[in-house]
Ligand binder design. Structure first.
Ligand SMILES: C[S@@+](CC[C@H](N)C(=O)[O-])C[C@H]1O[C@@H](n2cnc3c(N)ncnc32)[C@H](O)[C@@H]1O
Length: 300
């Protein structure tokens, strides 16, 4: 590709990124993540990509340009890909989250906001039992890292009750607004919680000091399916690379989001096999509609 062609490709990608982000649902997602879905469009549908590039180069009014079928299709493709990994998990009330938080006078009321995200909503009735079970296995820890956290950090008060007052949580997910919202809840109730909006599949995330703390207990709740949708086997890379010695990984036993081919049979069995192959101790159990796998890397 010549430099001019590369420049055109870059400009069109940026234009498409801004068109995709016009919808509030996608406005606070990290730019590199949106760009990665745009790169996927180029790879999966090169014909549509070339057509869009030609239209972009043509001198036409913005109004005419936006009416073109190819442009609409490109925007639709990228938004659909982002829905699979992000917005398909949100409840309709998610848009009112700040208002709902403002109305929570006590920490126990905040727990109800766990229902704003389909993942934590499903777990709502079993949270205490889950954390007690994890605690029995892991022992006391002062440090939890919740990767692709959704709204799970809103269960902070339960975590602290079970794991101890010194508990510190680092949580990350892709949407800036969501992470600011969790941080606002933390400030309101004086939780020792730090959040960050980041693409978990990026080097930026994997090199964060919090993610690289060997003494942390890592939560990867219902996250691996999203990573596998983007890049097969990437979850194995993540789990191997994390220096944490103890991890809790979970898999949904029902389809929550927009994963088209959601195979519920043998859910997570590939992950259990992978842990066993590495000689890690691994304890799977089902609670509610989720399979949890407690993993201890054998150099503990
Ligand atoms: C099924 S939800 C699970 C949420 C939470 N762990 C729970 O179980 O309550 C999957 C989460 O992964 C996040 N996610 C998926 N891919 C991601 C990525 N590349 N970077 C950051 N977050 C990601 C989504 O935004 C979503 O919140």
């Amino acid at each position: 590709m010549t430099t001019t062609e590369e420049r055109k490709r870059e400009l069109w990608s940026q234009k498409l990124q801004s068109l995709v982000s016009e919808k509030a649902e996608f406005a606070a997602l990290p730019k590199p993540l949106v760009l990665s879905k745009i790169a996927l469009l180029e790879k999966k549908n090169p014909k549509l990509w070339r057509e869009c590039l030609k239209l972009y180069e043509k001198e036409s009014s913005e109004k005419q340009f936006l009416k073109k079928q190819a442009i609409k299709e490109a925007v639709k493709f990228v938004r659909a890909e982002l829905r699979v990994v992000y917005s398909s998990f949100l409840s309709p009330k998610h848009a009112k989250k700040e208002k709902l938080l403002a109305s929570c006078k006590t920490e126990d009321k905040v727990l109800e906001l766990l229902t704003l995200h389909k993942s934590s909503k499903e777990r709502f009735a079993v949270y205490e039992e889950l954390y007690e079970r994890i605690f029995l296995w892991s022992g006391k820890t002062n440090n939890i890292v919740d990767i692709a956290c959704g709204f799970n950090p809103l269960s902070f008060s339960l975590l602290r009750t079970i794991f101890g007052k010194k508990l510190k949580v680092f949580a990350c997910d892709m949407n800036k607004d969501d992470m600011e919202f969790l941080q606002a809840a933390a400030t309101k109730f004086s939780w020792n919680l730090k959040t960050k909006a980041v693409d978990v599949m990026s080097e930026e995330c994997l090199t964060l000091p919090e993610v690289n703390d060997p003494d942390s207990l890592v939560f990867l709740f219902k996250a691996l399916d999203s990573f596998e949708h983007v890049q097969r086997h990437w979850s194995k890379h993540l789990v191997s690379r994390l220096p944490a010695k103890k991890l809790v990984v979970s898999f949904a036993l029902n389809s929550l989001g927009a994963h088209k081919k959601f195979e519920t049979k043998n859910r997570g069995s590939w992950f259990v096999k992978y842990c066993e192959k590495n000689g890690w101790s691994c304890e799977p159990f089902v609670l509610g509609s989720e399979l949890y796998v407690l993993v201890k890397k054998n150099y503990v």
